[in-house]
Design a protein around this ligand. Structure first.
Ligand code: PGA
Length: 254
């Protein structure tokens, strides 16, 4: 039985003070058991939020990472630094990284391997553009991304992943994939994992949906058999809406 995972991607929002306030509110909330909750603040807030979350089951993640441990890479942050700041998760290959910073599946692949080497759980994002969906190419695009990002991993590594299907046209737009369409793509991802890493691994890896998830639609999406939770952007910035999404995802899986 896969535990639902609800991860909040704060993107480039919140000062350190605002992030700490959010973490304190989340820590004080009655979060139901039987789920994994992760928040991914901007780099600057990671150490302070880690301090607030210490001793709680709430996980801390970063939104990006360089694949090398250290070096002359101005402006980059390494896996060692993320561990040092208290992170157990990292979002990799988010469509905004791909779109605005030119990240390729090859880049994501290097980062995924590096995160696993450092015992950081990667949340690997894949998803098609609107024109790709309209051209009927969703399956092909998502399969290429999954295989590219996971290239060279063995089954023992693959079983430690989290994957998030995020159709690019649904991110920050208020347009959500229908629960049925999202289920279909998540199922395709699980089948690919089974083909490449075996059925057991495929059954174990949480595959999330992301793209305009809100308290009002989280239940229907996460009720699907292959949608194991949500990667939430905008609606994760407000603690009440984030907590409502967690509750509705958990109650749908029970
Ligand atoms: P959104 O973002 O929930 O604001 O659509 C999702 C994401 O970018 O992970």
């Amino acid at each position: 039985m896969r535990e639902p995972v609800i991860a909040g991607n704060w993107k480039m929002y919140k000062t350190i003070g605002q992030a700490v306030q959010f973490a304190e509110k989340l820590k004080a909330a009655a979060i139901p058991g039987g789920c994994r909750v992760v928040i991914c603040p901007p780099f600057t807030a990671l150490p302070a939020v880690s301090g607030v979350l210490r001793g709680t089951p709430i996980g801390l993640g970063a939104q990006n990472m360089h694949h090398r441990e250290e070096g002359a890479f101005t402006g980059e942050v390494s896996p060692l630094m993320l561990k040092d700041a208290g992170c157990r998760y990292v979002i990799l290959g988010h469509s905004e990284r791909r779109q605005y910073f030119g990240e390729t599946d090859r880049d994501v692949n290097l980062k995924v391997a590096a995160a696993l080497d450092h015992q950081i759980t990667p949340i690997v994002c894949v998803g098609e553009l609107l024109e790709e969906r309209e051209a009927g190419r969703t399956g092909e695009v998502v399969a290429r991304q999954v295989l590219g990002c996971l290239n060279g991993l063995n089954a023992g590594q693959a079983e430690r992943l989290i994957i998030a299907y995020e159709p690019v046209w649904a991110i920050g737009t208020g347009r959500t994939a229908s629960a049925g369409d999202a289920q279909q793509v998540n199922r395709l991802i699980r089948d690919l994992l089974a083909e490449n890493f075996g059925r057991e691994v495929a059954q174990q890896v949480p595959i999330l949906y992301g793209g305009s998830v809100k308290p009002g639609n989280a239940g229907e999406l996460t009720a699907q058999p292959d949608i194991d939770g949500a990667l939430v952007g905008g609606a994760s910035l407000d603690p009440d809406s984030f907590i409502a999404i967690i509750r509705s995802a958990v109650s749908c899986k029970q």
